[in-house]
Design a protein around this ligand. Structure first.
Ligand SMILES: NC(=O)C1=CN([C@@H]2O[C@H](COP(=O)(O)OP(=O)(O)OC[C@H]3O[C@@H](n4cnc5c(N)ncnc54)[C@H](OP(=O)(O)O)[C@@H]3O)[C@@H](O)[C@H]2O)C=CC1
Ligand SMILES: CC(=O)N[C@@H](CCC(=O)OP(=O)(O)O)C(=O)O
Length: 350
């Protein structure tokens, strides 16, 4: 497909994930955005809700009309809530479109597990089977040439990229993993709720969904595939009064004696050639601002010889590597392009 522009439509283009897709796709050399779609604001200019796009994006928002989308586009990003994607995606697939879904609806292979954690009706089993889980650095080879990609969760991306090399090498005991994760409030989407109300979150720091977060089964499913045995994790999420960024701080017992230098070498080797994962040298840990606005995941380590545990710190921008950026990375892989196309910007600093 590399000879011509791929025509892309975005369902959910009035949300944070959708608007971030637009920002990156405007710079993508192989893509033309042919339709930006909203269920609530069809017919209005996108600039009504997003004046920062004035003069950059001229399109009016289209409604959700599968046949119209199929006439215009080759590929669709569904940046829609869980429970919405499960209904839209089958129709888009049926219409012959390539689909990259940003919601949690197609990540879990077992429909009953999905229904337990998401409280929505699961998609049909054949589509769950067909959807490729697009954790790009780990399963990018499976994404190539596919037509339905399920983009990973934001917390899951930061946590899994930080854990997989050590687990895969057998260096950590899979039964001892604890993930302590924090997110900026854009992770909750653009819809207003009391949780993200300024007066509730400003100068506040709170844990939520402890042991109940919907990314737990996604993380466990993936880690079990790597460890080739069932894995359970303790997972706590927190809201931080900042706009973007996720930090997953993770703890696990080492199976043998390994130094920080060895961990740096293991991870550097594991992610060799993967531009978007950056391993910090010994004694350095990443901060969320060091990946802001970029598709990078930065990872650092500390080994505690007193306890025999390793601490792994992994950071991403939730809206980029945790959503729109990784979705575009998956489109690049799906199409057989360089995975970095449209995503080469440095983080925003300060
Ligand atoms: N924000 C983040 O950091 C991350 C988000 N995600 C996931 O990505 C998806 C989008 O998230 P985000 O952008 O933050 O969410 P937002 O709440 O900001 O946006 C949701 C979008 O979905 C659209 N929408 C809602 N209902 C429907 C419907 N019935 N039909 C069509 N479109 C609909 C809304 O458009 P309108 O109301 O105009 O119709 C809006 O554009 C979600 O599944 C989320 O869980 C995943 C990882 C990270
Ligand atoms: C801060 C915040 O609320 N973050 C969201 C992130 C999850 C998300 O975006 O939903 P998916 O399950 O589709 O990945 C949450 O914790 O539920």
């Amino acid at each position: 497909m590399s000879g011509h522009q791929v025509k892309v439509a975005i369902v959910g283009s009035t949300g944070y994930g959708g608007v971030e897709l637009i920002r990156f796709l405007l710079e993508h050399p192989q893509v033309e955005i042919v339709s930006v779609i909203s269920s609530a604001s069809a017919g209005a200019p996108i600039t009504d809700g997003f004046p920062h796009l004035t003069n950059i994006v001229v399109q009016n928002l289209d409604g959700v009309d599968i046949q119209e989308i199929a006439k215009k586009a080759d590929l669709v990003f569904t940046a829609t809530p869980s429970g919405v994607s499960s209904k839209l995606v089958p129709q888009l697939v049926e219409a012959g479109l390539k689909v990259i879904d940003l919601s949690g609806d197609f990540r879990l292979k077992d429909g009953a597990t999905y229904e337990e954690w998401y409280k929505h009706t699961a998609p049909e089993a054949d589509l769950l089977e067909k959807a490729v889980y697009g954790l790009s650095e780990i399963y990018g080879h499976e994404v190539v040439g596919q037509s339905l990609i399920s983009n990973p969760g934001c917390y899951s991306t930061a946590s899994l990229l930080g854990l997989i090399p050590a687990l895969s090498a057998g260096w950590i005991d899979p039964s001892t993993i604890i993930i302590d994760a924090k997110s900026g409030v854009s992770g909750a989407g653009r819809g207003t709720s009391l949780t993200v109300h300024y007066a509730e979150i400003n100068e506040n720091f709170k844990a939520y969904k402890i042991n109940k977060h919907q990314h737990i089964p996604e993380i466990e499913q993936t880690l079990a595939g790597i460890a080739k045995q069932p894995v359970t994790v303790t997972f706590t999420t927190h809201l931080v009064p900042m706009t973007r960024g996720i930090m997953s701080t993770m703890y696990a017992t080492l199976t043998g004696f390994h130094t920080e230098k060895e961990l740096v070498e293991l991870y550097t080797q594991y992610y060799e050639g993967r531009r978007f994962v950056r391993i910090r040298p010994e004694g350095q840990w990443p901060a969320t601002k060091e990946v802001l606005g970029s598709n990078y995941c930065d990872i650092g380590f500390s080994v505690d010889s007193r306890t025999g545990r390793v601490t792994i710190v992994s950071v991403i921008d939730n809206v980029v590597k945790g959503a729109a950026g990784q979705a575009i990375q998956n489109m690049n892989l799906m199409m057989g392009w360089d995975e970095t196309l449209g995503l080469r910007n440095a983080p925003v600093y300060p």
